[in-house]
Ligand binder design. Structure first.
Ligand code: SAH
Length: 417
């Protein structure tokens, strides 16, 4: 493929527009080029001074500074607060098939180099901004792919991207999903279908170390599973030997099953608000032959904690892995209060010399905010609390220094006197 490809080749089915060469120029307000020059791919609406030409949503534009210096080439979307996503800082290079192929190939090669692309394993193959592919997530479960479309730019090039993935990996199926939240933010029709191959009747089986998990690729939360905690689940297990473990927000049993299989924990109580998740958790316990040691509880986590306090129960270890509490910046304070409450109650339920594993997947809450919260909890609980390990996401979720928003997961392991 070369730069002389007919520029209409990848036009959308409606036939409108040019998806490779710039159809307009977006001029920035003064000073707004700084982060972008450093590689941040997001041009917010508030940073735009003017748009020259009449680019339509999904088309390519060049972004220039207030004095006309080329900053980057990206894709415009007038329906999003995130007006342009920049994909290239190289002038004059079309965003053609060869361009996307290179990006995808680099992302996949990184995971292959790490030995993460294996049969019966789960891996994130493409992590959006961190792989220069803003708005695209590709997760692999065994030989099936789930593509999460988080940008109009990606939706408009979806067929091409799916072809590239099919060619590179020959998966047995590719599912396409759009979270409702991003569909709204990007002005997209939410998508949820099998784009290549056939939907399998059964859940996919993957392994993390020795632990087997069933993943409901088409219907589970996110892309079906929480791959970002994969290495942490395994790592944390070693602290849990012989303990009675409470796995709060357990989803399909991740931390709890690792605790039993890799950590020789004594027992696990897993709590989640999703019945579908607990159904799989029960099947997973059976697959791993640990049913006698587990109990799954369908309940609201906060209500469950209150009940345990009242009943005077205690645990030797507690894992807290709640959903994203801060969906945007305005929710940060409220989210920190919720984390504080949760961790405080957990400490009250923890036996002396207990283990607390506390997580946050809110990108808007920084690691230092989270540690401050924990510090406050320790002070008020009058319990000595030592951090023994601080974890983030695995190497298939790299953090882009240019785009700090790509860091979101905090997982802190503490011993509590
Ligand atoms: N620890 C899990 C991932 C947890 S994701 C793993 O390793 O796979 C967060 C989970 O919290 C989801 O399963 C979701 O169903 C659950 N959840 C969200 N709000 C809840 C609530 N109020 N009470 C109980 N569970 C809740």
């Amino acid at each position: 493929m070369n730069a002389s490809v007919d520029p209409t080749v990848f036009a959308s089915p409606a036939g409108d527009g040019n998806l490779q060469f710039p159809a307009g120029v977006v001029r920035l307000r003064p000073e707004k080029w700084r982060n972008l020059v450093a590689g941040h791919p997001w041009v917010f609406q508030s940073a735009v001074a003017s748009v020259e030409g009449t680019p339509r949503d999904g088309e390519v534009v060049d972004v220039v500074s207030d004095n006309g210096t080329f900053i980057g080439r990206g894709v415009i979307n007038s329906r999003s607060r995130l007006r342009v996503r920049i994909y290239s800082q190289v002038p004059d290079r079309p965003l053609d098939a060869a361009f996307w192929q290179e990006r995808i190939d680099r992302a996949i090669r990184w995971r292959e180099t790490l030995g993460l692309v294996q049969p019966a394993r789960a891996v994130r193959l493409v992590y959006s901004e961190s792989d220069g592919l803003s708005g695209l997530i590709v997760d692999r479960y065994d030989d099936q792919l789930v593509v999460q479309v988080n940008a109009l730019a990606v939706a408009r090039r979806l067929d091409l991207l799916l072809d590239l993935l099919q060619e590179r990996l020959a998966p047995s199926a590719i599912y396409v999903r759009t979270p409702a939240e991003t569909a709204k933010a990007e002005g997209l029709q939410p998508m949820d279908y099998v784009a290549r191959g056939r939907r399998r009747a059964q859940a996919v089986r993957i392994y993390e170390g020795q632990v087997a998990f069933l993943v409901d690729v088409g219907a589970g939360q996110k892309t079906g599973y929480y791959i970002d905690q994969r290495d942490n689940r395994q790592r944390v297990a070693r602290y849990l030997a012989n303990r009675h473990v409470l796995d709060l927000f357990c989803y399909t049993g991740g931390f709890g099953l690792h605790a039993l299989v890799h950590g020789q924990a004594a027992s696990v109580v897993g709590v989640d608000g999703s019945e579908a998740a607990l159904d799989l958790a029960a099947q997973n316990a059976e697959l791993n032959n640990v049913q006698p040691a587990v109990q799954w509880v369908h309940d609201d986590a906060f209500r469950f904690l209150d009940g345990e306090l009242e009943a005077g129960r205690r645990y030797g270890a507690i894992v807290l892995d709640p959903p994203k509490f801060a969906r945007n910046r305005s929710q940060i304070r409220e989210a920190l209060r919720a984390y504080h409450y949760l961790n405080r109650v957990a400490l009250r339920l923890l036996e002396p010399d207990g283990i607390l594993v506390t997580c946050s997947c809110s990108g808007n809450i920084t690691r230092s905010d989270f540690l401050d919260m924990l510090f406050g909890v320790a002070q008020r609980s009058a319990r000595r609390l030592d951090i023994v390990e601080q974890l983030g996401h695995g190497p298939d979720h790299p953090v882009s220094m240019a785009c700090p928003e790509t860091e979101y997961l905090k997982c802190v392991v503490c011993r509590v006197e």
